[in-house]
Design a protein around this ligand. Structure first.
Ligand SMILES: C[S@@+](CC[C@H](N)C(=O)[O-])C[C@H]1O[C@@H](n2cnc3c(N)ncnc32)[C@H](O)[C@@H]1O
Length: 391
């Protein structure tokens, strides 16, 4: 990521403008870490100044980073020039981002929360890895939409490139935790959900994609006759998933052993070479599920008194039954305004965010925290703590 070092940094009085960047204000933490709130190319984000022993590191803030690295690079160059900084160990003039950040196939979770509406049959593949099966399904079902969920960025890159090269137009890719994703889909909307060779997590079963909660959501999202299809080489995972699926009402579960599919993934080839057993469990849904409300952004009901919060602030983690909120750091803009850096969630997919507090408003920054079940629980806890009603 673009960054540079400096022996000395003197930021002039803000707000200031330089090049294509507006530098609005600075926020400072007790230990000296500084954030600068900027706007560049119509995007608001934070730059960070971190004090090291006898130097400073200047870089972008990960939580609020802009959609393209080139925008961050521009803002850092503008900061260097605004402050006439003698930069060293700098890559901001040469940094080349090779990641695909803009692709018609790549969607953000906000798209699924706000815009997603689909008339075609929907097929979902979770953890598609090399993407062989996903691309195969896309070609086999040109009139369906294939939604691929992955958290491994190089796999996402690879599949996006293949979609371009092979001119495949019925695929959407999402970089998000599959354990939470299904919450965003309408009820009775998917024809098939594939989970092929998920990581078995034998020692940490709570990290598995399959869980009672995931299977509940999958069943809600599946059309009547729709299927959730697990393919695995793990005896444990097979038994565990079978047991979890059988907790559902109005389903049929079919099991196959060592069935050949038309397409074999890299993992599957490896397990076959090792002569491992491969299990398929297919859960058929036979129920129409009630529709659910769209997932909105989380909002704070009442403004927070920053002065009071600043006085009482301590770094701490607070836990509820299945969720937590971690108060990491507080940054002061002036006596009445500042940022609180927090992480929170239910342990599956955690949010890292700032809460931007002024005398008239309190809001997440970036303002993109969606009301998933885990987030709603953690948010209630955060509100109670900010208003001093929970200790
Ligand atoms: C063992 S690989 C299997 C890949 C592919 N399905 C295959 O058969 O070759 C498991 C994949 O699931 C992805 N994965 C693991 N946990 C995930 C999660 N919570 N959400 C989305 N993808 C996940 C991993 O990044 C990895 O690519």
């Amino acid at each position: 990521m673009p960054n540079f070092h400096a022996k000395e940094v003197v930021v002039p009085k803000l707000p200031a403008f330089y090049g294509e960047t507006t530098f609005h204000f600075k926020a400072t933490a007790a230990r000296g870490e500084e954030l600068i709130f900027v706007t560049c190319k119509n995007e608001d984000f934070l730059l960070k100044i971190q004090k090291h022993k006898d130097s400073y590191l200047l870089k972008g803030d990960k939580i609020s980073r802009p959609t393209q690295v080139s925008i961050l690079q521009k803002a850092l160059r503008d900061l260097r020039d605004l402050c006439s900084i003698q930069a060293y160990n700098s890559n901001i003039d040469i940094f080349k981002d090779r990641r695909v950040e803009i692709s018609p196939y790549l969607k953000k979770i906000e798209y699924f929360a706000n815009e997603f509406e689909e008339k075609r049959d929907i097929l979902i593949e979770i953890g598609f890895g090399s993407g062989r099966h996903l691309l195969y399904q896309a070609k086999k079902n040109p009139n369906s939409l294939i939604v691929g969920i992955e958290i491994h960025k190089p796999s996402i890159e690879q599949v996006l490139k293949q979609c371009e090269l092979q001119n495949i137009s019925n695929v959407l890719i999402l970089d998000y935790d599959a354990r939470v994703f299904l919450e965003f889909l309408p009820s009775n909307s998917a024809k098939q959900i594939f989970v092929h060779f998920p990581v078995p997590w034998d020692k940490k079963p709570h990290r598995r994609v399959m869980s009672e909660r995931f299977i509940n959501e999958a069943k809600r999202v599946l059309q009547p006759q729709g299927t959730l299809e697990l393919r695995t080489d793990s005896d444990n995972y097979f038994e565990y998933s079978f047991f979890e699926m059988m907790k559902q009402k109005k389903i049929e579960v079919r099991v196959n052993k060592n069935r050949d599919l038309e397409i074999s993934s890299k993992y599957e080839d490896r397990w076959k070479r090792q002569e491992k057993n491969i299990y398929d469990i297919t859960m058929y849904n036979f129920e129409d599920s009630p529709s659910i409300a769209k997932i909105e952004k989380l909002r704070f009901e009442n403004p927070v008194d920053f002065r009071l919060l600043r006085e009482k602030f301590e770094k701490k983690v607070i836990r509820g039954v299945d969720f937590f909120a971690h108060f990491e750091e507080i940054f002061e803009i002036d006596a009445q305004s500042g940022f609180l850096r927090v992480s929170f969630g239910g342990g599956e997919r955690n949010e890292h965010n700032y809460i931007y507090i002024t005398p008239s408003s309190t809001a997440y920054f970036p303002d993109n925290v969606l009301a998933t079940k885990d987030n709603v629980n953690a948010h209630k806890l955060i509100e109670e703590i900010l208003h001093g009603t929970c200790h």
